[in-house]
Design a protein around this ligand. Sequence first.
Ligand code: GTP
Ligand code: MG
Length: 415
Amino acid sequence: MPRDPLIGLVGKPSAGKSSTLNSLTDASSKVGQFTTIDPQRAIGYLQIDCACARFKLSDKCKPNYGSCVDGRRSVPIELLDVAGLVPGAHQGRGLGNKFLDDLRHADALIHVVDASGTVDAEGKETRGYDPSVDIAWLRSEIVAWILGNLMTKWGGIKRRHIAVKATAVETLQNQFSGYGSTPVTVQRTMDRSGVKEPLEEWSDETVEHIVNCFIDEKFPTVIALNKIDHPDADKNIAKIAKMQDPNAVVLCSAISEIFLRKMAKQGYIKYVEGSEFIDTREDLIEQGDPTGGGLKELDEKNRNRIENLKDMVLYRFGSTGVVQVLSKAAELLGLVPVFPVRNTTTFSSGASESKFVFRDCVLVKKGLTVGDVARKVMGDAPIAFVEGVGNMRVSEDDVVAVGKNDVLSFKVGRT
Ligand SMILES: Nc1nc2c(ncn2[C@@H]2O[C@H](COP(=O)(O)OP(=O)(O)OP(=O)(O)O)[C@@H](O)[C@H]2O)c(=O)[nH]1
Ligand SMILES: [Mg+2]
């Protein structure tokens, strides 16, 4: 059965992993039972376009989990906060191999980078550190971890491969299944690598190349340049932006988002999570609402902090960026939101007809079929058939995608 997607946060100590996690977790849409699972796991909220907008039913949309405002839906997604990694982690430095093992279950990674240069590679406070090197060494630790696990057994792996006349995909899948790999992941890894020689002839360099391709397939990684509110961040951001694929880099300020959400929750400001819009009591009075939206008066210190945050973060970068970090991870993974409903004409759910629509939403990885999603949602219950929008039957072999086979009703029973 396909698991729920899990996004892992990695980075050196004090890069801001826990802050990023908290900024994504402490959403106002948080639902009681759905908070922290254990100290390292938490539920964040991914913002997606809800199906309710497509059918002009946003006024009736009321998710069981998360929230939906005018078709912008916050869907719960599991996040994993891995403890800080230091150079040499794969050899056990700083408990590194245990922390790396935590990553096995992740589907995508967010590498939180301290863009302010106020933290060195070990996580110690400093000034003027060049964070551009962190991206390379952290990647090389992940490579060394997987490569090390493979190479200690390579002789035996090769002998068995020859003895049982296995394909390279079969032999590698045996080794990579512990990282949550599937035969499809390994096939894509081989395609990506372009390696044609038989496995028993691979050089050490070829194996390392394959491991790199496997990591690209299994752990697509967002580079989150954090602490953009810090005055030293600009020059580091410019340098890193030149070195990295711009499609994988997102700028963010985790503490700014935490602060804004806290102030909004306490009734001092109106803030749309992840946006550039903040209104204070004064702003609303100025805009002609004599009650100031019922907001509380800010004290001098917080007023200054908000003004500063507007100047340093929101006006310059458009938002605090943390919501975009998670969206980017979902994009790299190709996550598809699927809306299971009971009735594919009214889009209601539950045993009794309810006045609400699209109560459920599951995130699935790209390339899954209607049948895969049916098993994920319904478990072992026998599925008689599946319906799409307008009571149309859909085949269990059809692939789900955004806007296509993404509103489904699973009809239980034997055919
Ligand atoms: N200026 C600034 N500081 C930040 C930001 N995010 C986090 N910090 C600070 O960086 C320090 C470390 O943050 P954490 O979130 O604990 O870092 P971590 O990566 O979880 O650290 P470890 O758990 O030790 O690996 C704290 O003092 C945070 O307040 C940010 O966006 N801007
Ligand atoms: Mg932490």
